[in-house]
Write a protein that binds this ligand. Structure first.
Ligand SMILES: Nc1ncnc2c1ncn2[C@@H]1O[C@H](COP(=O)(O)OP(=O)(O)O)[C@@H](O)[C@H]1O
Ligand SMILES: [Mg+2]
Length: 255
């Protein structure tokens, strides 16, 4: 079987707008692959295509060898694909811990009947979920705000909660859409460490960022998008020193 997320020559159009044009990408288990590009370059569209929210006009997307085009997003989630959103959609009254616990539900195997009857297996599973939830909150520095409603958190921390929720589903692949936006340096450090641990555990991570910061630190391979097209790709050091990159990207978007 061909492992990984393999995106081949994907094009996405919205009416007359070509948001992605002939984009290819490969994320293997344990990899942290980066995509950077200015606003409007197609980063979120790429995520939406991989996670089943938009259907490409052409090209192929395979996840662990299986065709992912046309597969409903919730099926992809059950198959081990988790993602965050550039602008997380949250219930403002939901406390942090409860929001993260929601992430576990995608993998909860016990039946509704088991839950209603409070069977021992169900209670064990719930205790395990709560312990894993605490561990994720500790890793991301969210313990102090465990009981705080999401509506009272700054956007940086809301983003971290979204990352935590995605991690809670114990995905095989994790797509992170600009997770570092609005984070303090300390929060970025924690996020970087948590992403590294996940990758070391075998998770394949696709990390999208507006600028080089976290991508430069974490990724082996980076793809630079510009107006929906791959402008450059390669290992981080090579891309960073490429004159085309320096001119067309850093020239107008200092990282
Ligand atoms: N649902 C949509 N309908 C119409 N146009 C869209 C939609 N989503 C994205 N676009 C357009 O596609 C292009 C790429 O957007 P996006 O993927 O959000 O870029 P990025 O995440 O890099 O900022 C932009 O021109 C944007 O306006
Ligand atoms: Mg975006």
């Amino acid at each position: 079987m061909n492992r990984g997320i393999v995106v081949s020559s994907v094009t996405v159009r919205f009416g007359g707008v070509t948001a992605l044009s002939d984009v290819s990408l490969n994320v293997q288990p344990r990899d942290i692959v980066g995509v950077i590009g200015p606003n409007g370059s197609g980063k979120s569209t790429l995520f939406n295509a991989v996670s089943g929210l938009v259907r490409p006009a052409s090209g192929e997307i395979r996840i662990d060898g299986q065709d992912a085009v046309g597969v409903p997003p919730e099926t992809l989630v059950r198959q081990g694909l988790a993602r965050t959103f550039q602008t997380p959609r949250v219930d403002p009254v939901l406390p942090v811990e409860a929001a993260i616990l929601c992430g576990f539900q995608t993998k909860a195997r016990q039946s509704l009947l088991g839950a209603m009857l409070h069977l021992p297996g169900q209670r064990r599973e719930e205790a395990q979920m709560r312990a894993s939830c605490r561990a994720i909150m500790e890793r991301l520095g969210l313990i102090e705000v465990a009981d705080v409603p999401l509506g009272e958190l700054p956007m940086g921390q809301v983003r971290l909660v979204d990352v935590a929720r995605a991690m809670a589903s114990e995905p095989r692949y994790l797509l992170l859409d600009e997770p570092a936006a609005g984070l303090s340096l300390l929060e970025q450090r924690r996020l970087a460490a948590a992403i590294r641990l996940l990758a070391a555990d075998g998770v394949g991570v696709l990390l999208v960022e507006h600028n080089f910061g976290l991508v430069g630190e974490l990724c082996r391979h980076v793809t630079v998008l510009d107006r929906g097209k791959v402008l450059l790709e390669g290992d981080v050091a090579t891309v960073r020193s490429n004159p085309v990159f320096l001119q067309t990207y850093l020239g107008s978007h200092a990282a």
